[in-house]
Design a protein around this ligand. Structure first.
Ligand SMILES: *[C@@H]1O[C@H](CO)[C@@H](O)[C@H](O)[C@H]1NC(C)=O
Ligand SMILES: *[C@@H]1O[C@H](CO)[C@@H](O)[C@H](O)[C@H]1NC(C)=O
Ligand SMILES: *[C@@H]1O[C@H](CO)[C@@H](O)[C@H](O)[C@H]1NC(C)=O
Ligand SMILES: *[C@@H]1O[C@H](CO)[C@@H](O)[C@H](O)[C@H]1NC(C)=O
Ligand SMILES: *[C@@H]1O[C@H](CO)[C@@H](O)[C@H](O)[C@H]1NC(C)=O
Ligand SMILES: CC(=O)N[C@H]1CO[C@H](CO)[C@@H](O)[C@@H]1O
Length: 551
């Protein structure tokens, strides 16, 4: 009898539990067609799980951060060097499980620190924590401290899951395929087998696109967040130069470098940007930002495009794939229906001059030589003995079998040109010219001439003008190349193929991230383009939380 009562008691508790869960699920907008059993075990699918969903599951005790780290580690294992060998992740953090356990305990005892508490995030390998940059030249080097953005993530309770592969030296060594580093090998897309993952934040893009982590950080000098977000079906935010600190990030150019989130949704990207933005005495460009960092999650309003004026700088599109332009054109109707006014065309008054200018390479190459030398000088220990850019070039020649592998990876001409620069009047003139061409007579003049809130363009062509201006961009998934697209030859990666993702970009003036996020969110919520095409089947890891819990 007693056991029957206990049994009924358990049964009714179970029923209540199921009902509560079913209600919770229903209120979170999920289908009510699930069986009660699947409602009980309704763990978020890690392919798509949002940070808010993960945080909710952690708070309710459905799973722990230790479970999450184990699940992500297993997912990385499945696809990184096995199966499709995507090579998205360079190394996993050996302390991640311990940190997860500590954060689980802290949650139990005093509650979460905030929305990123216990959430695993990947860092592009040029963001210093231990050793950096995908090349062997700095392997094992000891940095004086965490990069400022990494420290901010940790302070917010995020778990650094590992380092993502990248185009070595953030694609500043020379002309080599995107996604290659000596240490990580050739990373490839999860949408096109052996496809170009774009770069240089390649691993951050691939890893986030198939749920090897909740999200990732990337860095951009000219395109390195926006381009891999474009090609890996992600939301990427390239913040204004000076919104996020570059201290502890392997530099290219202080005038152009910036650190930003790569995520599966605008909401996730906004949550991360809110944590990593802010002033840092070690990066004086951050002292120019507005006094208060906005809570970017407050920009997440579905009516964010209502009454907004957006301009289309068509002249940038001339070399863009017709399928992408057609999808972009169609999206304008969607955006109009959301209450925005589209000014089309809204071309840059200085377009011809901007296209003809070669000032950017003078700025970046000169900056690179000065700053990489400063960066290396700050390292506490460099086992390879590399001290400066000249040593890096010599190191690559001496270790050509690992770094300058024929036939695709032999080039280091960008290094050699940079070594050949001097800080002279021509350099200062080029810095001034870029600010003038990109910002004053470029983006700002265009916004003013057409009375616009932002510019709208295919993500593939957005990075250039914003790079030299130091201005922000947000990219959101827009579509996929059609199934009958020719599969380009693998040399060693395919430049394009069926289902290759592409995005739409909102670009604005300095520190306009809050507005850009609100526009992007309204567009994303009205379209939900990301899930209209999944990665190719072998690239989708199978491990889910249900496989970890209780094992
Ligand atoms: C930051 O400091 C460097 C020298 O360390 C200086 O050259 C540069 O002009 C400063 N930049 C800003 C924006 O204050
Ligand atoms: C996109 O729209 C522009 C402007 O209306 C038009 O000139 C162009 O032909 C369109 N392109 C495609 C591929 O639809
Ligand atoms: C830099 O930009 C200015 C302004 O357009 C231009 O006159 C100059 O030729 C450019 N320099 C180079 C090296 O392209
Ligand atoms: C080095 O700089 C000089 C003078 O500016 C130039 O003539 C030469 O072509 C440069 N060499 C390389 C390898 O960039
Ligand atoms: C792909 O299909 C579309 C529509 O069916 C057609 O217009 C286009 O020409 C095809 N492209 C190729 C490369 O076959
Ligand atoms: C975590 C992981 O799988 N890292 C690998 C990345 O790629 C390099 C080179 O192929 C391997 O040595 C790492 O083990």
């Amino acid at each position: 009898m007693a056991s029957k009562v206990a049994y009924l008691r358990q049964l009714s508790l179970l029923t209540i539990g199921i009902l509560v869960l079913a209600l919770v699920c229903a209120s979170r907008g999920q289908t009510s067609a699930q069986s009660p059993e699947s409602a009980v075990f309704n763990f978020p699918d890690l392919y798509e799980a949002s940070i808010a969903e993960l945080q909710d599951g952690l708070e309710r005790g459905h799973f722990t951060s230790v479970d999450l780290v184990k699940a992500y580690f297993a997912r990385i294992e499945e696809v990184n060097l096995q199966g499709p060998t995507l090579r998205a992740v360079l190394e996993t953090n050996p302390s991640a499980l311990r940190q997860a356990a500590e954060l689980d305990l802290e949650r139990k005892l005093i509650g979460p620190r905030g929305p990123l508490h216990g959430i695993p995030i990947l860092l592009k390998d040029n963001i210093a924590t231990l050793h950096s940059e995908g090349s062997f030249a700095l392997l094992g080097s000891v940095v004086p401290r965490d990069a400022h953005v990494a420290a901010k993530l940790r302070a917010a309770g995020a778990i650094i899951l590992g380092k993502a592969n990248l185009s070595e030296w953030a694609h500043f060594r020379g002309s080599v395929p995107s996604g290659f580093s000596g240490r990580g090998g050739q990373a490839t897309s999860a949408y096109v087998p052996l496809g170009d993952p774009s770069g240089s934040s390649s691993g951050s893009g691939i890893g986030t696109s198939i749920g090897l982590a909740a999200a990732a950080l990337g860095t951009e000098t000219d395109g390195s967040i926006i381009s891999p977000s474009n090609m890996n079906n992600l939301v990427g935010i390239k913040p204004t130069v000076g919104l996020t600190s570059r201290a502890g990030v392997v530099p290219i150019s202080q005038h152009q470098d910036t650190v930003g989130p790569m995520a599966r949704s605008v909401a996730d990207a906004a949550a991360i940007l809110s944590v990593i933005a802010g002033r840092d005495p070690r990066d004086n460009f951050t002292l120019a930002q507005p006094l208060v960092v906005p809570d970017y999650t407050k920009a997440l309003k579905p009516n964010g495009l209502k009454g907004v004026r957006l301009g289309v700088p068509r002249k940038f599109f001339t070399r863009t794939n017709t399928n992408i332009v057609a999808a972009f054109n169609a999206s304008l109707e969607t955006i109009r229906n959301l209450g925005a006014t589209i000014v089309d065309p809204a071309d840059f008054p200085d377009f011809a001059e901007l296209e003809a200018s070669r000032n950017e390479s003078i700025v970046t190459q000169t900056d690179f030589k000065v700053q990489v030398n400063e960066y290396i000088a700050e390292l506490l220990d460099v086992p390879t003995g590399v001290k400066n850019l000249a040593d890096l070039i010599a190191f690559n020649i001496a270790h050509a079998d690992e770094e300058l592998i024929p036939p695709f990876y032999t080039d280091q001409s960008e290094f050699i040109s940079s070594e050949n620069t001097t800080v002279n009047q021509a350099f200062f003139d080029a810095v001034a010219a870029d600010k003038d061409l990109g910002a004053t007579r470029g983006i700002d003049a265009t916004l003013k001439a057409f009375n616009l809130d932002a510019l709208l363009l295919p993500s593939a062509v957005a990075p250039g003008p914003a790079a030299i201006a130091g201005y922000p961009i947000i990219s959101v998934p827009l579509g996929f190349l059609p199934p009958n697209t020719t599969l380009a030859p693998a040399q060693p990666i395919r430049s394009s193929g069926p289902n290759q993702p592409f995005g739409i970009a909102f670009m604005g003036t300095a520190f306009s991230e809050f507005h850009l996020i609100s526009f992007a969110f309204a567009y994303e919520q009205a379209t939900h383009n990301r899930l209209k095409q999944l990665a190719f089947p072998e690239a989708i890891p199978k491990t889910q939380l249900a496989d970890i819990i209780g094992k």
